[in-house]
Design a binder for this molecule. Structure first.
Ligand code: MN
Ligand code: MN
Length: 458
């Protein structure tokens, strides 16, 4: 081993065999990103891929044994995939990513008309820079539960022939006052209203709104009150694209955290008869604090593992569940912030990840003195470092910006609280939380390779 430590660019350090696999892997990744722009769509796509790879719903099993491949759907918003090892109580190898991303949710009463234009009111979800969401094509995805209880799926703005939607912004000529505001205040939350129509119906008042309601009623059979029991999400309409003359990066909406979700999924799909039970968790609600029954703070995870243990052997007890967690290891699979040459001053060069330098191991997250971080042990960092070195996974370490610059957290702390050894580990991004995030293809591939090696760890 070299006496000095430096990270290496994967395009220089990876084997020829690995380099060949990077671009084809990312073609499949881009397809996934285009078909999974919301947590619900990510669940559908994940289960589709799982079934094609021999996974079955846990409901189809009476008992479970070595090598069984199962998936567990949590309310169509979060999903777990499990490949049974020899004995789950000896510990699980868990990779936990999230499939929700920042976006604009429609309000419960979204539709209104102003100045002969129809608009939707929104409430943004997760941390966004609001100005980034104006003047870009938006698509609408989600579900509407109608008055009779039936559910309609909605996707508008993704097909070539579909219309799209947008949020208007002020022309520079008249933006004298707006341009004096801070970037935080320049676009208000209540200003993120989506333009959806302009053609009046032949009625007395609310002419454009009525015309829109007529169209929605014809196409989806919905009425205005149905919006109240809907979850409609406005997301960027753009597809995942290669970036650069060399096509070495992927630009896409929602790579936080579907890049880790996809690579965690791709890894477990290839796991056969592992020694330890391999678990892939794709959670919802991370961007708003992991709350609710589909978030990582939910008892769903514990309940599911309890169910698996009870199906694996007789004599289930609470102690057995706790023993299982105590023996388990988890990669909290979430993205890291890569150093951006345009904004180098917020990063500390020695400890910030670089694009193409591999999967990022982040010992601690948090902000202002590691607050809110579970801070992985040196022993666990040592274990993962050795695992990646032994398996020729290109890796680097990460920290979320300079100490006083801000920070953030992931699901790591909630899993660590279950008495599970947990560390953050994922792909570095540029423009995180923007409508078009950037990841290096080498890093995407190495994230997959790292997760797969982890699932197979004895
Ligand atoms: Mn994330
Ligand atoms: Mn995030």
């Amino acid at each position: 081993m070299d006496i000095k430590y430096t990270t290496k660019n994967g395009w220089e350090a990876a084997s020829a065999e690995d380099k060949q696999k990077v671009y084809p892997f990312c073609e499949e990744y881009k397809k996934f990103m285009d078909s999974a722009k919301t947590e619900r769509e990510a669940v559908v796509k994940t289960i589709e891929l799982a079934k094609a790879n021999g996974f079955k719903s846990i409901d189809e099993f009476a008992t479970l044994g070595h090598g069984d491949k199962i998936y567990i759907n949590n309310r169509d918003k979060s999903v777990m995939l499990v490949v049974l090892g020899e004995d789950s109580t000896k510990g699980l190898n868990i990779v936990a990513a999230h499939i929700d991303s920042p976006r604009l949710d429609l309000k419960q009463n979204p539709l209104y008309e102003d100045t002969d234009l129809a608009l939707f009111k929104t409430h943004y979800y997760g941390g966004i820079k609001k100005y980034q969401w104006t003047t870009i094509p938006l698509a609408l995805h989600g579900v509407v539960v109608k008055g009779d209880g039936s559910k309609v799926n909605v996707v508008i703005g993704e097909d070539e022939g579909d219309p799209v939607f947008c949020i208007t912004d002020l022309l520079p000529h008249l933006a004298e006052d707006q341009m004096k505001k801070t970037m935080r205040e320049g676009i208000a939350g209540e200003g993120l209203n989506i333009l959806i129509g302009s053609k009046p119906a032949t009625v007395e008042k609310d002419k454009v709104k009525t015309a829109i309601l007529d169209l929605l009623n014809q196409k989806y059979g919905i009425v205005e009150e149905d919006f109240i029991s809907a979850e409609l999400e406005a997301v960027p309409a753009a597809k995942a694209r290669d970036i650069g003359f060399d096509r070495s990066m992927v630009g896409a909406y929602g790579q936080d955290d579907r890049v880790c979700a996809y690579t965690a999924l791709a890894g477990i799909l290839e796991v056969q008869k592992p020694v330890k039970t391999a678990v892939c968790v794709l959670a919802d609600k991370e961007e708003v604090g992991s709350m609710g029954n589909t978030g990582m703070k939910s008892r769903f995870f514990e309940d599911t593992i309890a169910k698996i243990l009870s199906m694996e052997k007789d004599g289930y007890s609470d102690l057995l569940l706790r023993k299982t967690f105590a023996n388990s290891t988890c990669l909290s699979a979430d993205v890291a912030a890569a150093i951006d040459p345009n904004y180098k001053d917020v990063s500390e060069a020695l400890n910030s990840p670089k694009v193409n330098h591999g999967i990022v191991i982040t010992k601690y997250t948090g902000s202002r003195g590691k607050a809110g971080s579970s801070d992985a042990s040196a022993e666990l960092v040592g274990l993962i470092r050795k695992l990646f070195n032994d398996n020729n996974v290109i890796w680097q370490t990460g920290e979320l910006g300079k100490v006083d610059q801000g920070g953030g957290g992931t699901v790591a702390q909630y899993i660590a609280n279950l008495n599970i050894e947990t560390i953050d580990c994922g792909t570095a991004l540029l423009s995180m939380h923007s409508p078009f995030e950037v990841a290096g293809k080498m890093d995407i591939y190495m994230t997959y390779k790292g997760y797969k090696a982890f699932y197979l760890m004895d």
